[in-house]
Write a protein that binds this ligand. Structure first.
Ligand SMILES: Nc1ncnc2c1ncn2[C@@H]1O[C@H](COP(=O)(O)OP(=O)(O)OP(=O)(O)O)[C@@H](O)[C@H]1O
Ligand SMILES: [Mg+2]
Length: 289
């Protein structure tokens, strides 16, 4: 059986690929690098630090899975009872509104716990044909309610978007994390743009991809999320995909790690364009059939 240390090394090997110097991913690995990928890339201190991060991440994943499972059951109980209450008596207009609000909130909470489940292994779903446009529209509808009043949301969905082969829960996680980050980067007012697209793209398009290995030319669908928010300085931009790296609060910093892992597993790419005070645009490319 694989030891925990070996398992961590495997995960690190895949994680550290993303932080290779530009262009390194395209060169054939040297025999030394092939034999000991992590030692070749990381100093022992750094390796130890990252091992700890990966272990912490794994623990958070397990915890998130069990909390999400219980939360999901509780939310089903709450929304079920609210539905019954609504049917049991003719409510006046005000009570009707309160019940609808509570139902809406419980649906959103159930949705959140489903995302947590999808993030942990327990929720792993089957790969199937996914209509990204529909997922984007559904999730934005859910998320709109929790956005500040001064935030404008513009959506442009490519009508000819082909379906992709993916786990719906993972795609939802990707969308929700990108849009949540965009909303959190804004103050009371600002703009978020979400668009989808498809195209035959040359490998050169992915020169600056933050995911290794970079894909070859091919057909890709993409989702782009842009915001007029605070943007990122060089250090934040370099570290944004690192597990548990966050400028917001301790214990956060898993959103983009998940996005990175999902796109990497699909064989796609991520381009990020950001600067302090100039907003951020993240574009995630996924191979299309
Ligand atoms: N759209 C954005 N604008 C500005 N900074 C961003 C944006 N997206 C990500 N970042 C930066 O990257 C960091 C990592 O993002 P990530 O989504 O992984 O974690 P988080 O949002 O801090 O926490 P969570 O785990 O709740 O998602 C953020 O803390 C923030 O500093
Ligand atoms: Mg986030």
């Amino acid at each position: 059986m694989m030891s925990l240390r070996d398992w961590c090394r495997d995960i690190l090997a895949s994680h550290t690929e993303g932080s290779c110097p530009a262009g390194a991913g395209k060169d054939p690995p040297s025999p030394a690098a092939e034999a000991k990928p992590n030692e070749a890339l990381l100093a022992p201190d750094e390796l130890e630090k990252q091992l700890l991060q990966v272990q912490k991440l794994a623990a958070v994943g397990v915890l998130a899975g069990s909390i999400a499972h219980d939360l999901n059951n509780l939310m089903m109980g709450i929304s079920g009872n609210l539905e019954l209450l609504r049917q049991a008596k003719e409510p006046d207009a005000a009570s009707q509104k309160y019940m609808d609000n509570a139902l809406d909130a419980s649906r959103r909470a159930a949705n959140l716990s489903r995302q947590m489940l999808a993030f942990s292994r327990k929720g792993s779903q089957e790969v199937k044909s996914v209509d990204l446009n529909r997922l984007v529209a559904e999730n934005l509808e859910l998320m709109k309610g929790s956005m500040r009043k001064g935030i404008s949301l513009s959506v442009r969905l490519e009508p000819e978007l082909p379906p992709i082969e993916a786990e719906p829960g993972k795609m939802q996680q990707l969308i929700v994390n990108l849009v949540t980050n965009a909303a959190e980067a804004l103050g009371e007012t600002g703009a978020i743009g979400v668009s989808t697209g498809v195209g035959e793209l040359p490998a050169a398009e992915f020169t600056w991809s933050r995911v290794e290995p970079k894909p070859a030319s091919g057909r890709f669908v993409f989702i782009e999320v842009s915001d007029s928010g605070c943007g990122m300085d060089g250090e934040t931009s370099d570290r944004m995909f690192d597990p548990l790296f966050s400028t917001k609060a301790a214990g956060r910093g898993l959103g983009l790690t998940a996005v990175h892992a999902i796109v990497k597993a699909s064989g796609g790419a991520i381009l990020a364009d950001t600067a302090p005070g100039e907003g951020t645009t993240i574009r995630a490319f996924l191979p299309a059939p």
